[in-house]
Design a protein around this ligand. Sequence first.
Ligand SMILES: CC(C)(COP(=O)(O)OP(=O)(O)OC[C@H]1O[C@@H](n2cnc3c(N)ncnc32)[C@H](O)[C@@H]1OP(=O)(O)O)[C@@H](O)C(=O)NCCC(=O)NCCS
Length: 265
Amino acid sequence: MSPDLEIRSARSLAPAERAELFNAAYEGYLVPFHVDEATLAFMDDAFDLDLDASRIAFRGGAPVGLGNLGVRGEDAWIGGVGVVAGTRRSGIGEALMLALHEEARERGVRRVWLEVIVENRGAFALYEKLGYRTVRDVEVWSLPTAEDEDAHETRDISADEAQARIRELGSEREPWQRADGTLAHYADARGLATDTGAGAAVYRQPGENVQLVQYAGEPKPLLRTLRALGRVSVLNLPEDDAAAPVLRELGGSVFVRQHEMLLDL
Ligand SMILES: CC(C)(COP(=O)(O)OP(=O)(O)OC[C@H]1O[C@@H](n2cnc3c(N)ncnc32)[C@H](O)[C@@H]1OP(=O)(O)O)[C@@H](O)C(=O)NCCC(=O)NCCS
């Protein structure tokens, strides 16, 4: 690690500078990724990114990398780590991650989660070196919009009601970005239930696209209703989830596949 490397709180940059650094640090990323101040503010809020716990790396006074840490009780999540292209492979990414772990430990965090695109060999190697292990693989799905004349097997309910129903039906642990902690930040969440009561979903539609946040029970009627509203995206659905074959059958496709990884601190 270069001797002139300094790791400071994410508060040491103004929001616009932080967004600029984020974009520079994700240059060449497998999935084109661009954030502006508004996107970053949304992420900070929705994913509980803690600016005091998150870190920026400076070399020779210039920002060269960042690591974002989300904290929810004893769980934390790496909400982005990146190093400016010309300064990679000099220990900065590792130093940032270690700084996040140290901060997490001080806050009583016991588990640190992250997702990494399976083709991102460099990042995966970094996380393995640090002791993370893959817990499961998750996939980002996209389902094209389609009129569906038979899609009348569901009814609208409140998001709270849907969430309670999902808990009753007993769903799997959701990845960080679709967990209850994220849902708590969404004022625009809506609920859906199947007529039989055997399925429920929480979703939002901030623009044209529909984001399925959580669901439990029979996925087909829920997905058919949602796709009539717009293109449906599902972030980080476990690969063996019951909705995966239904999404495929309805004409959906996997956009990206990720390893969900865990470090016990
Ligand atoms: C992933 C990333 C943050 C790594 O940062 P970095 O500063 O280059 O990594 P470091 O120099 O600290 O490397 C530490 C260890 O990680 C592993 N590693 C990092 N990059 C690697 C690569 N390209 N190939 C193989 N191993 C790599 C190695 O084990 C390395 O240890 P070593 O130097 O003893 O071999 C950087 O490549 C990056 O910013 N990529 C674009 C954004 C991104 O993909 N972020 C991760 C999203 S999940």
